[in-house]
Design a protein around this ligand. Structure first.
Ligand code: PLP
Length: 388
């Protein structure tokens, strides 16, 4: 039996021995911004909360164990974790990112490029030639996001990371959509893994957070240095609340994924679906690769509604249980129209190139019963004028 602990054990026991003061099993929230020094020349482990905080440490230790990392920083949002990764790079560095990455990542990289802080190349990382050409240009960082958001395209992490490292680049994977319960990018050769903990890791849609973790202790040091220097750290309250949410992550993922599998099978039968994307389906082009590098297909589905954008509006207006909102990974099933919501930071040309059309919907499957969700989607298809 492997010595590495399983996710359920990691999250259930995280921090239960973390209170040196009173031995409380449920760790307290250390909200103090500052800590008493024993004397002016002896720096205590915890001195100032922007730099270091016990609640962030408990959370980052649990996340690091889940991801097989040496450590990392817990930040105020997924975007600040992304910025932290970019702060590790020298000025003017080339970043190679997927052409269909999360819209906020695209906006951040493009914004920094417009200011001359870095250079960017967005490529289809499944196009071997395009990726090889991009790597020939000597990137400092290769950004991987798989499954991609919103089309759930799968990139071969091991192959992409090996090629990127041979070209001298650092490799970061955004693992938000699958969580370490379904994919561990560091095991597949990435240097860094980032998360929007806002999503499934917290799972309760009630805070913002992020994390950047690394396998190499020297990289972990640089991450901490920049998180402190740039003030990107999460608050103690948010870190404590995220650890509380994290405790049920494996249970939630199992249930959300089981429901997503059933819904994807149901959607496959629906007349009103123009195109369906779910890594667990036999018809999904990346299924074999997903089976190789993931421990399950996950809880995200996307599909195009027959009848175009107008029919899509009708579909969304008819939903009663599923909420129209732009986040993912929480207890409630959310639907969004990426072209005008999550990916509005991406200009129409870039959206078209990435395959994000006005009739595309993205579903983050939550904890409701599959039958109730299917009934709601059926209402949507009826309103879209397609029958169900
Ligand atoms: N990465 C992915 C894949 C996301 O979906 C998101 C947010 O939707 C982010 C990063 C950014 O995270 P946050 O909203 O916590 O800043």
């Amino acid at each position: 039996m492997s010595k590495a602990r399983r996710p359920a054990t990691i999250v259930a026991s995280a921090g239960t021995r973390g209170d040196p003061g009173y031995g409380s099993v449920s760790p307290p929230v250390w909200t103090s911004d500052t800590y008493r020094w024993p004397d002016s020349d002896t720096k205590p482990t915890y001195d100032y909360s922007r730099t270091v905080n016990p609640n962030r440490d408990l959370l980052s230790e649990a996340l690091a164990e889940l991801e097989g990392a040496a450590g990392g920083a817990v930040t105020g949002s997924g975007q600040s974790a992304a910025l932290l990764a970019l702060l590790l790079l020298p000025a003017g560095a080339l970043v190679v990112a997927p052409h269909d990455c999360y819209g906020g990542t695209f906006r951040l990289i493009k914004g920094l490029e417009a200011q001359g802080k870095l250079r960017a190349l967005f490529v289809d990382q499944n196009d071997e030639r395009a990726l090889a050409e991009a790597l020939d240009r000597g990137p400092a960082l290769v950004w991987i996001e798989t499954p991609s958001n919103p089309l759930l395209r799968i990139v071969d992490i091991a192959a992409c990371a090996a090629a990127a490292k041979a070209a001298g680049a650092l490799v970061v994977a955004d693992n938000t959509l699958l969580t370490p319960c379904r994919q561990r990018p560091l095991d597949l050769g990435c240097d860094l893994v980032m998360h929007s903990t806002t999503k499934a890791l917290n799972g309760h849609s009630d805070l913002f957070g992020g994390a950047l973790l690394a396998a190499d202790p020297e990289l972990v040091e640089r991450i901490h240095w920049w998180a402190n220097a740039a003030g990107l750290s999460a608050s103690a309250q948010d870190a404590a609340q995220t650890l509380r949410g994290l405790r049920t992550l494996p249970l939630r993922i199992d249930r959300q994924e089981a429901t997503a599998k059933r819904l994807a099978g149901w959607l496959e039968e629906q007349e009103g679906v123009l195109e369906l994307h779910y890594p667990g389906l036999d018809t999904f082009p990346g299924k074999k690769l997903a089976e190789r590098q993931q421990q399950g297909p996950g809880f995200m589905i996307s599909f195009r509604v027959k009848g175009g954008e107008a029919a899509t509006h009708g579909f969304l207006a008819a939903l009663e249980t599923i909420t129209l909102a732009s986040s993912l990974g929480g207890y409630a099933t959310l639907i969004c129209k990426p072209s005008t919501m999550t990916h509005r930071g991406m200009p129409p040309e870039a959206q078209a190139e990435a395959g994000i059309h006005g009739d595309l919907l993205r579903l983050s499957v939550g904890l409701e019963e599959a039958e109730d969700l299917a009934a709601d989607l059926e209402r949507g298809f009826a309103a879209a004028g397609q029958g169900g």
